[in-house]
Design a protein around this ligand. Structure first.
Ligand code: URA
Length: 257
């Protein structure tokens, strides 16, 4: 049994870690990364045809994850079907580490569809996109132009599962989930798409550089797309809210035309 002094020592250690910024326990034992061989930047394991070929040459030909995603997404005839198809899709490693599938929030069929990046901790817990601090800011931004997810906005993300430690999504993961996003847009039938941040722009428009791109309407899925600063960026860079406000006014004007 743990002694009282162990308990206080453990608690002091835990408090010290929290003070250093630790937010999550990811393993039972510490890892001495200086003792590990150099392998270059860590990459998550993603299912690619080439990777499967190395292990199982015969099966690899049929198992292209992007192709599988296309087939699964195309077979969905409604948003409910699409959510089910995503829930049944097993080729994305992120699913294994996530608590919940984060599919969408808001009003299906709304004129405005917002595409964010990926769920964070709060979204993973609740199974809804944009519910943490960034989401609260997003709600205030929308309210400023009389929009809300309760009435007239639909929201989803490029990735439906939380990347570990909120890392940037890998290009392979973005590519693998793109057929689902494409189908999501087709089924939700918005009039306007807002891409929040670089990852969303990369997936939808095939390029990033949000500082340059924001505020300039583009086309994707046959629809007008407005790149905007991500609310997480705005939380850390309040001076950029001026540009975000200009973009919101532009969207509002388009909705009134
Ligand atoms: N950031 C996103 O891009 N999406 C969310 O759902 C939450 C935070």
């Amino acid at each position: 049994m743990e002694s009282v002094s162990d308990f206080y020592a453990d608690r002091a250690l835990l408090e010290w870690q929290i003070e250093l910024g630790v937010t999550e326990a990811i393993g039972d034992a510490p890892v001495d990364r200086y003792a590990l061989p150099e392998t270059g930047p860590a990459k998550r394991k993603v299912a690619t045809p080439a990777a499967s070929a190395a292990v199982e040459p015969a099966a690899a030909a049929q198992s292209d994850p992007v192709q599988e995603a296309k087939i699964a997404a195309q077979s969905a005839g409604s948003l409910e079907d699409l959510q089910q198809a995503l829930g049944a899709f097993e080729l994305c490693e992120l699913k294994k580490g996530a608590r919940n599938l984060v599919f969408s929030d808001g009003v299906p069929g709304a004129r405005v569809m917002i595409i964010g990046e990926a769920p964070g901790r709060d979204e993973d817990r609740e199974g809804r996109p944009f519910v943490g601090r960034a989401g609260q800011l997003l709600d205030r931004m929308l309210a400023a132009i009389e929009l809300s997810r309760a009435e007239n906005v639909y929201i989803t993300n490029v990735l439906p599962w939380r990347p570990p430690q909120n890392c940037d999504p890998q290009p392979e993961e973005i590519a693998m989930m793109f057929p689902f996003l494409e189908r999501h847009v087709a089924l939700a039938k918005p009039e306007f798409i807002i891409c929040m941040g670089n990852i969303s722009c990369l997936s939808v428009l095939g390029k990033k550089g949000i500082t340059r791109m924001r505020g300039n309407w583009e086309q994707a899925f046959g629809l007008p797309v407005l790149p905007m600063f991500h609310p997480t960026y705005l939380l850390g860079t309040p001076s950029a809210k001026r540009e975000a406000w200009a973009d919101l006014l532009d969207l509002s004007a388009k909705l009134k035309l």
